[in-house]
Design a protein around this ligand. Sequence first.
Ligand SMILES: NC(=O)c1ccc[n+]([C@@H]2O[C@H](COP(=O)([O-])OP(=O)(O)OC[C@H]3O[C@@H](n4cnc5c(N)ncnc54)[C@H](OP(=O)(O)O)[C@@H]3O)[C@@H](O)[C@H]2O)c1
Length: 326
Amino acid sequence: MNYRKLRNIEVSSIGYGCMGFSHGYGEIPSEEEAIRLMRLAYDKGCTFFDTAEVYGDGHNERLVGKAIEPFREHIILASKLFIDSEAVGDSFESLEAHIRAHLDASLEKLRTDYLDIYYQHRVNDDIPVEDVARVMGKLIVEGKIRGWGQSQPIAEQIRRAHEITPLTAVQSEYSMMERQFEQDVIPTCKELNIGFVPFSPLASGFLSGKYSNEDQYQGDDVRRVITRFNKENVNKNQPLIDLIQKYADEQQATPAQISLAWMLYKEPFIVPIPGMRKENRVDENLGAADVKLTDEAYLALEHELSKIQIYGNRTDKDIAKLQDME
Ligand SMILES: NC(=O)c1ccc[n+]([C@@H]2O[C@H](COP(=O)([O-])OP(=O)(O)OC[C@H]3O[C@@H](n4cnc5c(N)ncnc54)[C@H](OP(=O)(O)O)[C@@H]3O)[C@@H](O)[C@H]2O)c1
């Protein structure tokens, strides 16, 4: 494993996205197995664990808290809160009380008295980002959080918030299938020395090349509704998988590793957090930190990628459809 910095906070180059142990990918493993995998990742050098209050309605924070308790001080722990603008209303005092209550509940579940990074899960224009930044600034001074972040902001929201309390990280969807934030969010992070943490860096596993249109998904699995997994798009996106496989063969790596190595190559402040619930995937994904693309290989891959059209995406609107499904 090797290490990178999200602003002033050092993390392993690949983090652990823990959501799938509670939420979003159908049937979950046993608590014992989930804890075993998170601890195994730590033993292999992973020091960055990502959760959120909403994953499994607190289940995920409880699980992660239990898993990391023996080595809490040696890892970077990130969680997230949703700010309910209706509940908060217009007053700064009420916003502050809201954020403090959510943080305290998260800390208790996570068995710790501080978070390393606390994200606003979706930046909500009804609540001024400056006010959220002010509250986060107070929490940093008090030592309840070491740094803070925004998930899925636009560049302008990053700038406004950062001016009040510098952001540690921005967490947004980024992969070979979702590159919209290359336009201005990632350059803004670079300019302001903010880390960028790609979620769904394997496009919900698609980029591993291990899924076909024969696969069936159950329960709360987002792959039932996100359009990149519909049968037609799985077929249409095959040229992308073929391309990644070609580079995987050349580099003696796997497609998942090439997909992660590609983003690691781009900028030293990019730290992906794949989700993984099987031991071989922990080995494979963490192993991507050691797959180094040469300048030549990267440029050739980038050039070929630019010619490939991507079909389908992953939107919050599509994911919301799961609520009405059996
Ligand atoms: N801020 C936000 O709004 C937001 C939104 C979504 C996610 N997140 C965070 O980002 C993390 C990662 O997102 P994600 O889980 O969607 O990422 P992802 O890694 O793109 O997708 C995870 C899926 O890919 C599969 N997978 C991972 N590595 C694989 C491999 N090597 N071979 C085959 N399949 C593989 C996993 O399978 P198994 O799990 O079955 O092994 C799982 O089904 C989450 O855990 C969460 O912490 C944040």
